[in-house]
Design a protein around this ligand. Sequence first.
Ligand code: M6R
Length: 609
Amino acid sequence: MCGIIGFCGYLNAKEELIKGLAELEYRGYDSAGIACFTDRGIEVVKSVGKVAGLENKLPPQMESGCGIGHTRWATHGGVSEVNAHPHRCGNVTLIHNGIIENYHELAKELEKTGRTPLSQTDTEVAVMLLDSLYKGDALEALRGTVERLEGAYAFCIMFADRKDEIYCIRKGSPLVCCSSEEGCAVASDMVALLRYSKEYFVLPEHQVAKVTKNAILVTDLEGMEVSPVMLSINWDMSAAQKNGFKHYMLKEIHEQPESIRRTLAPRMKKGEYILPDFSEDGIEDELFLNVGRIVITACGTAMHAGMMGRILLERLLRIPVSVEIASEFRYGEPILNEKSLVILVSQSGETADTLAALRLAKEKGAKTLSVVNVKGSSIARESDYVLYTHAGPEIAVASTKAYTAQLTAFYLLTFRFAYAVGKLTAKEVSGYMQGLNEVGELMEKMLEQKDRMKELSKRLTPAQDLFFIGRSLDYALSCEGSIKLKEITYIHSEAYAAGELKHGTLSLVTGGVPVIALATQSDVFSKMISNVKEVRARGAMVILITKEGNEAVVENGICDEHLVIPASHDVFAPFTAAVILQLLAYYTSSYRGLDVDQPRNLAKSVTVE
Ligand code: M6R
């Protein structure tokens, strides 16, 4: 949450910061601000609302080669200009991503030094503390400050008497750095640095980056130089742009077949049989032997991918698998030991609760494997094993291509695991892998029907409440369909295991209430059809999703609309059905005239708990 950027170099800093903030805006978009070194000292401009509003407010005479910028997702203190970053106290101006947990107690102490906060933010305490400790030695002041701070932070700091220098330090929150001929830059994520370089490093926690025009010097807090590990990304600027699509979400929905192929390619080793191969990921079969229990933990959409993973893993491995919401798991008392495998799922690799769940799992002696999209992110770095999804940058707040790439990773993992422990033969795995290989093509077929979903969304647009129902894999997908719809359309929706409806929720299904019923799984198909009849009998407006071949079974009048996904093994149906649910959410949001890519109150990467 919150996007931060710093630039120091040979270009117009003000313009560079605005470009970077626009790219980071998906991390938070309630207010924004920049601070630049100019001939008149450090100048700060802030504004409530989106980055475009800030841009209009910038004075033309703000000439600078060095500055910092912030786009905010409010945690402490409402949305106002005074709460927007950068914050300034005396000699120090800074931006912050994270939460300072002990800000209250520190504020009381600092008041005694004559420093009174102007804002309601936790951040202002950090700037006051730093200013109180700064006597001309930046490292000394930083040392003293971070010793006192509890919580998570990534800071970019400017000291008034250190022109054209930016100091950065982080704990918990992400910060990546790069240098190029045009200058040096730091940001919350690589999307904003790509115009300078594809090579970057993640600033190690508790180390300090001193950013100047020509170099980034990284030292520990004692001043000892350190060499951070260089990484490179395998996508370019166009991957992070809309490329002719009206919204990032629509573009990302269309990118799914490709993102799945990219996730599969390095793991598809063809011999006599096609078996998933994780040798490039450094995951040996040994990891799968002796696993007595699997726990999958994540948040939101990533957790829904985990729900799908649970069914697959348990079905094929016959090992107990549970799915835990990361924010519950981290404060629970999970029963884990060295025979437990904990799987963390995260697009960003920075979600605070998932990261904390990972740390807890390690503390309890479990083996940890993460399914992560962002290379070098905290979760990826701290896990024992990583299975990267190769979805490329996902900009829309609503996750789409990351979700289906996470599903792909779970399918690969399940098949390899089952093979390694002798639950599936090479031939059986190869059969499944062929099916998985065809998923991209099936999704393309589904995307060809997007006009149908567009038309159908008109029926959902006026809804106030909506239900998704399904059984087994379809129930797991219903949960994802529901979150997608509510986060971007603001229509209240719930996902129900179809058999559970009659135990209470059916009372809410009245005339005209839309029910999206997923019936793609043969083993529970007839049960699902009975559940559909139950809601239809109460007057629900039913959109039924079945697989090609089942048309005849769908009797006249059982539903208002019938959508058909291409024929495939049942196990792969969630991929194509997901496309339908994503498109319905997307078009409904568009018809309602909403901000599809940046829905209210939300942000892409949730780095606070
Ligand atoms: O980056 P992560 O995958 O860890 O994010 C987890 C959730 O915050 C995320 O999936 C969220 O639920 C999406 N906005 C849903 O579309």
